[in-house]
Design a protein around this ligand. Structure first.
Ligand code: GSH
Length: 453
């Protein structure tokens, strides 16, 4: 029987199709591991290496998307997209929720989604850059060999080590032109240019990333997770940039462990794996009782619980300020650009929009590069540059606007949210989100996006 046939057979467990070195897989894997620890995921899940065979034979036919992670539910449903996977599982398995209740914890609920968006779609730029920059010929320290080895299992999972590595080196060079990407940008480096990383902005992106790590280092000094003693969507979101790229990749991994050791410890803690010294939600600390017995206590800060919603640490506000100062202007302009584009008559008959994050979407390259209609100016560290418009951001903002509505459904919630947003630079602009979305709504079907405006 062919492997993909066998995979169509139902399983009582979820199947996560992922790679260890993938940004969004790190987010979802840490989430599933957390739910599974509390047996809050039914029969649990199997983490399956998404080899090229499985991507072509199972994932693309199911969702028209070659991206990982993707999840197959026990009833056979496929879910593509890390945020949708978490939404799907939270609906199906509401115990041990990772999203603070919007009715009782409106500030934390909103903050969790804002941090997820920052981590998914803004921190991705630097994280993507470091992986490929430190793989360029002549750049020291260099992680090209490490990078090839970590990509290799997706191409040739069964081959011996050196064959795997040699094959991946050829793939990275022939397909993606990794070593000389700067002089001949294609593949991933073309994606970086499209995201607005150029020689002019490189240092500014690096400074932005450093600033965030520095805030997080101070935050994790006294909070084991974003909201205290238990992880939440905010932590799992941050695992996107902070696990596979900035912790696990060789060059930034060294920098994180040596310059931001508390962030490195938090990565291990949130992963809930090999984290004994970091302390995590899945262990206890013990003291010796009067009769010599072991007396357990929670291993994480704040008694192993989320802090009160009223308690908004300054460091949390600082993270949210990065969102509003750096990312919000890009999102705001994205809504305008997408609205102008869908009403320009340039949409194809299916009204499809590009759906990818890391690179222009094949077939839409002309629109998303150069001075195309799906590009716009943005600013990082005081430098103006051009980047592609990512319509997927509109979908993420639609999801956020539903959250905002739930968090502000009562007078108490509305007051709490407005007070928090009022303490942030330009934060109150978020309250106009629903109205801004009205001219450019999108629909996501599997891995494809369509305009509904
Ligand atoms: N928005 C998606 C993004 C998924 C994504 O871009 N995954 C990357 C790996 S982390 C990928 O598969 N890239 C390959 C490609 O875009 O062709 C999510 O949240 O899951």
């Amino acid at each position: 029987m062919r492997p993909q046939r066998r995979l169509r057979v139902m399983s009582d467990r979820y199947r996560l199709f992922s790679w260890e070195h993938s940004y969004f897989s790190g987010k979802v894997r840490a989430y599933l591991r957390y739910k599974d620890y509390f047996s809050a995921l039914g029969a649990g899940y199997e983490d399956i290496l998404a080899s090229s065979d499985l991507i072509a034979g199972v994932l693309v036919p199911a969702t028209q998307s070659n991206t990982v992670p993707q999840l197959q539910a026990p009833d056979g449903t496929f879910v593509q997209d890390s945020s949708e996977i978490i939404d799907y599982c939270e609906r199906a398995h509401p115990t041990h929720p990772v999203v603070p209740d919007p009715a009782t914890r409106p500030r934390q609920c909103l903050a969790a989604y804002l941090i997820e968006l920052l981590a998914d779609e803004w921190m991705v730029v630097y994280a993507f850059w470091e992986r490929w920059h430190y793989s360029l010929d002549g750049v020291e320290p260099n992680q090209f060999g490490f990078n090839a080895q970590q990509w290799a299992p997706a191409f040739l999972p069964d081959a011996d080590g050196s064959t795997r590595r040699a094959f991946a080196e050829r793939m990275l060079n022939d397909m993606l032109g990794v070593k000389n990407a700067e002089t001949n940008p294609r593949g991933v480096y073309a994606g970086l240019l499209a995201m607005g990383v150029t020689k002019r902005t490189e240092r500014a992106w690096e400074a932005s990333n450093d600033r965030l790590l520095e805030i997080l280092e101070r935050h994790f000094d006294s909070h084991d997770f974003v909201f205290g003693g238990l992880p939440s969507l905010a932590d799992f979101g941050l695992m996107g940039p902070l696990y596979a790229h900035l912790f696990r990749d060789a060059v930034p991994g060294f920098a994180m462990r040596t310059r931001f050791p508390l962030v490195a410890e938090w990565v291990e803690r949130t992963n809930g794996n090999n984290a004994l010294n970091a302390r995590s939600y899945n262990q206890k600390l013990y003291s010796v009782g009067e009769a010599g017995e072991l007396v357990p206590r929670p291993a994480t800060s704040h008694g192993g619980q989320w802090i009160d919603d009223e308690e908004v640490p300054d460091t949390l506000l600082e993270i949210l300020n990065v969102f509003f100062r750096e990312m919000w202007p890009v999102l705001d302009s994205t809504l305008e650009r997408v609205q102008a584009f869908v009403h320009s008559g340039e949409l194809g008959p299916e009204r499809e929009l590009p759906g990818k994050t890391f690179t222009p979407t094949p077939g839409f390259d002309v629109l998303q590069t150069g001075a195309g209609p799906l590009t716009h100016e943005f600013e990082i560290g005081g430098i103006r540059e051009r980047r592609m418009v990512v319509p997927y951001h509109v979908w993420m903002l639609q999801r956020l606007s539903e959250v905002l509505r739930a968090c502000t459904a009562t007078a108490r919630g509305s007051d709490a949210v407005e007070a928090m947003l009022g303490r942030l630079d330009g934060g109150l602009a978020l309250l106009d989100l629903e109205q801004k979305l009205s001219g450019c709504r999108v629909r996501k079907v599997g891995g494809r996006l369509f305009s509904e405006a």
